[in-house]
Design a protein around this ligand. Structure first.
Ligand SMILES: [Zn+2]
Length: 198
């Protein structure tokens, strides 16, 4: 029986648990016996193991991680197996807009498409194709860390701790999760906020 395809997007700031939620959904699919491919942009996959690798490593079933060169979504046709019934994408904000077309087609083919990514960059702007992906999704879930400054409100943005101004600066140590009020307060104060963990 063919499956009904769908697109589910998990969006949020850094440290909000997006990869944990993605791994939870992948685990569900594996228990259901579905073959899974997890796509990650190659440049953010280099070096140390990322969250999603560690979380997936303990799962049993047919899954593979596919690093996509330079996040180039154009090449996804050749990289994704025909029999992958679940296509999961982590760090989707780093892919170009071709990802939107591919996700829509995978859904039409009856696949389950799971997409996790940052909704906004550190300047509060929609990140990459995430906005479009959220529009075409069947379901969107926003997850949130707790603000590391007031330690009360839900965080909503990844605040950059370094002075670099490029949109993409990889490295969790460069960011902290802040709520809206704290983000504006830190923006007014300029760079220099240092995270102090309890
Ligand atoms: Zn706060």
């Amino acid at each position: 029986m063919p499956m009904a395809g769908f697109i589910k997007v998990i969006a949020g700031e850094m440290f909000s648990g997006k990869s944990t939620e993605l791994a939870r959904l992948v685990e569900r699919a594996l228990i259901a016996g579905l073959p899974v491919q997890v796509l990650v942009p190659a440049f953010s996959h280099r070096g140390s193991l990322r969250d999603v690798d560690e979380r997936l490593a303990r799962l049993v079933g047919r899954w593979t991680i596919v690093p996509v060169p330079d996040g180039a979504a154009e090449r996804l046709d050749e990289l994704v197996d025909r029999d992958a019934l679940v296509v999961a994408v982590d760090e989707a904000q780093f892919f170009d807009r071709h990802l939107v077309t591919h996700c829509r087609r995978w859904r039409a083919e009856g696949r389950q498409v799971l997409v996790a990514g940052l909704d906004m960059d550190y300047r509060e702007q929609p990140f990459g194709a995430m906005g479009d992906l959220m529009c075409i999704a069947n379901e969107v879930v926003k997850v949130h860390a707790v603000c590391t400054r007031c330690r009360q409100a839900d965080a909503f943005i990844s605040h950059r701790l370094s002075a670099e101004s490029a949109q993409v600066v990889v490295g969790e140590h460069n960011y902290t999760a802040l709520c809206g009020d704290c983000y504006r307060a830190e923006g007014a104060a300029g760079i220099g906020y240092t995270r102090s963990m309890p």
